[in-house]
Design a protein around this ligand. Sequence first.
Ligand SMILES: C[S@@+](CC[C@H](N)C(=O)[O-])C[C@H]1O[C@@H](n2cnc3c(N)ncnc32)[C@H](O)[C@@H]1O
Length: 385
Amino acid sequence: MATPTSTEWEYTQHTGAKHAILERYLKAWFGILTHSHKNLIYYDGFCGPGKYKGGQIGSPLLALRIAREQVLRITSKQSDSKFEKIHLRFSDNNDDRIKQLESHLQTEGSIPEKIEYRVANINFSSYFPKIINHLEVNKGTKIPCFAFIDPFGFFDVPFDQIQRFLSLDSTEIFLFFASDSLNRFLESKQDFTKEQVRKTLDTDNYEDILGSDENSQIKRKERIKNYYQKRLSEVANFLTKFSICDHHKKEIATLFFATNHPRGFVKMKEAMWGVDKVGDFRFVDSVDENQIDIFEPNPDLTPLKKILLTKYRGLQNINCSEIRRYVEESSIYLDKHKRAVLSDLEDEQEQLGFDKYFQIYNLSERKRSKHTFSPNVELSFRDVE
Ligand SMILES: C[S@@+](CC[C@H](N)C(=O)[O-])C[C@H]1O[C@@H](n2cnc3c(N)ncnc32)[C@H](O)[C@@H]1O
């Protein structure tokens, strides 16, 4: 899709996919953190006009409504919660879109006192440092901050700012790259755009990363995204990346989620796996060369099986809680997928009549039920291909 020039534009399927994930995650994020923190900051740095041409709501209104539901829920209970306020920060560098957003916000009905929002007409790279400064000054109080970074392309998101932000406790980013614009930016001959790409990737020689096979746009795009993933993984403890594709498996957008908290990481993955199908788009694990579909109700778990059998090959007495942690923190999968894979392997062994993959040790005095892979169970893996 060409970059829209009108104040509002059409709602696309990939916007629906992105919002579905954002909505599920924010429900968990506000829900959990309002119980444990006084103040939370949600920052939408490329917030847009708040509504699409067809009337669908944009990310700022989505966040506001989820925050409001949570505040009403928490204040309706007689609780001794220490929660004080959700601070919503919306910025966009387009004057008309900001005016439009302000007018939509006016008609949103009553906003609880415990929600405070501000709207700024400013470039992302000028506003983000203000948020980072605030978090740095208040470092002692550990204010959780979620930054939604949703540009039209690969523009004005300097890596040094991302790095500073993620070096703080309780910060996370959810970042979208629209793939078509990525290529446009990478191929630009304009010095200004080249400088932007350099800042985004934090390297002086991104042309080297792009490589020389100029005919293969897809490979070049992949290399850049892999490079960006590598840089992000150096500054955040947990990172996931996947693509949103059309039904021909043509990539429409790439999404990165980076956080320093294992719980946030698991919650985001639960949000992703829980998203209902939106139209005919599909999520694809772009790390996998076969581009398997993910976030399906019945996904192909062959990659996870391979991952587990390789990781634990020949290793003895591995507690299932360690396997759970590994799966949850180092892959796109959840605990339920780990259980499904290990259960299948257990069934296969039973049919074969010997322990082809692992021996199972029950640490509990109680009899172990089949397909139970709890912390009371250890596995000793065979040293086989
Ligand atoms: C993909 S749209 C955002 C959509 C919105 N987040 C949503 O989900 O409803 C990108 C927005 O970024 C704005 N924008 C473009 N360059 C910007 C920059 N350098 N700083 C801030 N906003 C920018 C555009 O005006 C546009 O509204």
